[in-house]
Design a binder for this molecule. Structure first.
Ligand SMILES: *[C@@H]1O[C@H](CO)[C@@H](O)[C@H](O)[C@H]1NC(C)=O
Ligand SMILES: *[C@@H]1O[C@H](CO)[C@@H](O)[C@H](O)[C@H]1NC(C)=O
Ligand SMILES: *[C@@H]1O[C@H](CO)[C@@H](O)[C@H](O)[C@H]1NC(C)=O
Length: 375
């Protein structure tokens, strides 16, 4: 080989390497890994509400007292919340709160790593706490906006592929039920209203490419420390409403699966009430000495509506408590519940658990007749 040829050959190799570097490391080629997109209430909120004025917040001591660094991040827990446990077990990047990336120039890159839209206080209905949270409609609205910008940047097919390989996590309805408690609404009718309102939102996500759903039901809202302050015991009427909702939610997922026209829809439905009942029945052997009084708060059961206010001294033995504040579980109890969602079986998690959901290969080619489906 002559000297000139060698120079050309070297030149080609350099060009090749530079191009490979650009394609593999600086474009979007490398960031398309499964991610997690979360919607719903404080059970999953990782700091969305920190970006809202007023409202329900968990960004002060003693929230986060057991979080790494003792940091109050906005999670409604003494430590990690349900979203953290799911992220860890599924093995995806920890998604950022939607409002922390929504106006950033690198929004699309961030979007592809997963986003947490969940907002403490939110419900299925627009009328549930609209003053101090992002309602589900607003969460989905912002999601759709981000999807549109992502489609503009990387194309509809790649955007679809990203949603397809990712996880959609939803926990919503609990706050609608708490708000309706004691107002005399018919549990079945109210549950039906919630489900018919929720359905198009889930269809919207499916149409964009969401194929793997983790659905967490309402909890036993009637047994929360806040609910107990009324009579001392659980509010059976509220629990009845929560159970009616959960039953219809499980059916809704079955229906959505059977109606899936553009490729299979897979889901794990986790029944939080059944999970709570199972663990509560075993609470002594699990080391929970306190199953009804919250660790942090004031009043009977530490359940007063004021919640666990700034600077309130929490209990020392947080690992022994089921409830952290008037409406949220402790980190430890949450961890056990999420383990049940991940590894458990019917009647706690159906038709497959989250571990099985992660093992699925989603075969669902890009539906060419369904471009830009958010509009
Ligand atoms: C983004 O910026 C626009 C205009 O500056 C503003 O109206 C909007 O509230 C911002 N959105 C968020 C989520 O911060
Ligand atoms: C709920 O609010 C959204 C906007 O956030 C709106 O588009 C929708 O029509 C509302 N739904 C109802 C039932 O009022
Ligand atoms: C509420 O929590 C505190 C710890 O911060 C505890 O000392 C108190 O006994 C609890 N209240 C009730 C009613 O148990």
């Amino acid at each position: 080989m002559g000297k000139k040829m060698m120079t050309i050959s070297l030149y080609c190799q350099v060009v090749y390497l530079v191009m490979c570097y650009l394609l593999c490391f600086s474009g979007f080629g490398h960031s398309l890994e499964p991610a997690m997109y979360l919607f719903g209430s404080s059970v999953l909120d990782m700091g969305t509400n920190n970006y809202l004025t007023g409202g329900a917040k968990g960004n002060y001591y003693p929230y986060g007292i057991d979080y790494p660094g003792g940091e109050a991040t906005g999670r409604f827990s003494n430590g990690k919340n349900a979203a953290d446990f799911l992220v860890e077990m599924v093995g995806v990047p920890s998604p950022k709160p939607s409002l922390s990336i929504s106006n950033k120039s690198d929004m699309v890159e961030e979007f592809l790593k997963g986003v947490n839209f969940a907002s403490g206080g939110s419900g299925v209905l627009n009328t549930t706490n609209p003053a101090y949270c992002m309602t589900l409609s607003q969460q989905i609205g912002l999601f759709n906006e981000m999807v549109e910008k992502t489609i503009d940047k990387i194309g509809p097919m790649e955007t679809y592929e990203q949603m397809k390989r990712s996880y959609i996590v939803v926990n919503i309805g609990n706050n609608d039920i708490s708000i309706a408690a004691g107002t005399g609404v018919d549990p079945e009718e109210y549950a039906s209203l919630l489900i018919t309102t929720l359905k198009p939102h889930l269809q919207n996500i499916y149409n964009i490419g969401g194929r793997r759903f983790v659905i967490i039901s309402s909890g036993a809202q009637g047994c929360l420390p806040r609910a107990r302050t009324a009579t001392g015991g659980c509010s059976e009427e509220t629990n009845k409403m929560a159970k009616a909702y959960n039953t219809k939610l499980a059916s809704l997922m079955k229906t959505l699966q059977s109606e899936a026209n553009f490729g299979p829809l897979y889901y794990s439905y986790f029944d939080l009430i059944a999970g709570h009942e199972l663990l509560n029945a075993k609470r002594e052997s699990l080391g929970f000495t306190e199953g009804v009084v919250a660790c942090c708060g004031t009043g009977a059961f530490n359940g007063s509506a004021y919640r666990c206010g700034p600077g309130t001294v929490p209990c020392d033995n947080r690992a022994n408590h089921i409830y952290w504040d008037n409406v949220h579980y402790t980190e430890r109890f949450t961890g056990l519940l999420m383990k049940l969602a991940f590894y458990g079986s019917s009647p706690y998690v159906e038709p497959i658990n989250v571990n099985e959901l992660t093992a699925l290969t989603v075969l669902s080619p890009y539906p060419t007749d369904q471009v830009k489906s958010t509009k």
